[in-house]
Design a protein around this ligand. Structure first.
Ligand code: G4P
Ligand code: NA
Ligand code: NA
Length: 189
């Protein structure tokens, strides 16, 4: 997606060979017009498929995911990172390990918001090792629902998540695919 690549080139900051900072339009300050175009692009890429819900993980997935859900005219669910201690029985819980932050996170979704047979589109801002995405997929499948597609705003193709998700049989559409962050430069595939 050209507008996204241009924005990454213009405003992205290469922190090191593994991390790209995009806090001026995605992870802290958010560019709503770009997010709308991102949502519309996901819908175009998955044209012909039907989705009942969009699922993302708080917090940075919410902006692109809400625009996708708006364009599809379906609800958005965002998985939460903190377990509600009072309603534990009513939750799906999965533990996901973040290689970037080196912490285990519990992600949760209220059982009442996922029904068997539903077709779900997972949206996330970054794809690195795929841990968060696999966690969301496990929750969807344990609810008897289906992962009908995975949409990623920025895929770091030099890390293993995209390959692992495709090997697991999921359809992944990434709007920007980064082959390398070497030399303080973003190189797209
Ligand atoms: P994984 O899910 O693909 O395995 O990735 P990982 O655990 O390594 O990612 C942990 C967090 O770091 C996620 O955000 C993810 O979006 C983010 N992340 C991964 N690589 C990059 C990167 O190169 N640049 C930036 N800016 N973020 C990256 P999170 O902890 O869920 O935080 P939030 O922003 O959604 O609240
Ligand atoms: Na993030
Ligand atoms: Na994220």
């Amino acid at each position: 997606m050209k507008a996204l690549q241009d924005k990454i080139r213009q405003d992205g900051i290469v922190l090191n060979e593994k991390v790209l900072k995009v806090d001026s339009f995605l992870n802290h300050m958010v560019d709503p017009q770009l997010m709308l175009e991102v949502g519309q692009e996901f819908v175009k890429r998955f044209e012909g498929l039907t989705f009942d819900k969009v699922l993302t993980l708080e917090s940075s997935g919410i902006a692109p995911a809400i625009m996708t859900a708006l364009t599809l005219q379906v609800p958005l669910i965002f998985a939460r990172k903190h377990k509600s201690l009072t309603l534990q029985d009513d939750l799906y819980v999965e533990t996901v390990y973040s290689f970037t932050k080196q912490v285990h996170n519990e992600i949760t979704i209220a059982r009442k918001f996922l029904a068997p047979g539903e077709r779900v589109l997972i949206i996330d801002d970054f794809l690195a090792y795929g841990e968060a995405t696999f966690g969301m997929a496990r929750i969807i499948e344990s609810a008897g629902a289906t992962v009908s597609g995975i949409g990623i705003v920025i895929e770091k193709s030099f890390q293993e998540g995209a390959l692992k998700l495709k090997d697991a049989g999921y359809r992944v559409e990434s709007l920007a695919r980064i082959g390398s962050l070497a030399g303080e430069k973003v190189t797209f595939l």
